[in-house]
Design a binder for this molecule. Sequence first.
Ligand code: SF4
Length: 230
Amino acid sequence: MGASALRVGGLVPFTANDFPGRFAAVVFVQGCPWRCGYCHNPHLQPRKRGALDWGDVVALLGRRAGLLDGVVFSGGEPTIDPALPDAVAAVRDLGLAVGLHTACIYPRRLEALLPMLDWVGFDIKAPFREYRKITGIDNSGDPARACLDAIIASGVAHECRTTLHPALLGEEEIEELAHTLAAAGVRNYALQAFRAQGCADKSLVAGATVGPAALARIASLFDQFTFRTA
Ligand code: SF4
């Protein structure tokens, strides 16, 4: 499958925030099989035809190669797309570094892709047995666990993230998850407060669940720890 088949749902031509240490473009891949209530990109969930043509995206990246030093593939879930490895290779051919945002859904595809990546930002949404209440999908913690192990084994630079939501995860569950992640080899961890903006589920109300004492205990488990508020 050639890169031209990549279903591109959107493009941010420049960001300094989504790929650490890089000025990057973000390519949003169309499609995700999970249905998290707090999803900020519900329009990217259907696996439909992309809004943009990959050829146009590559042409734009080529014109901006002097301004950019990286591209992040995000979603949706970018590893859903069989054309992703060819798209990653095309970006590397432009001399740009490649980052990936993934929700850890397809472990075998991710494992094959990791040698081509410079950085991975990945979601671990909850203790693995609790995944269904976030994603709406039975046993969705199993691929997440497998992806976590593959990322750590690869040695690729990473940031692991968990979104906090008071109705979905309590402080004890977050601390338990942080211990699991540290034991698995995560060195760079971020907790991000849920933001209601852009979320299709209007019954979810913004707010964080973790107090300062728990945050300090969690921070002590990792080499790098970030707490992002709305
Ligand atoms: S895994 Fe990510 S893109 Fe998919 S539904 Fe959940 S938050 Fe949205």
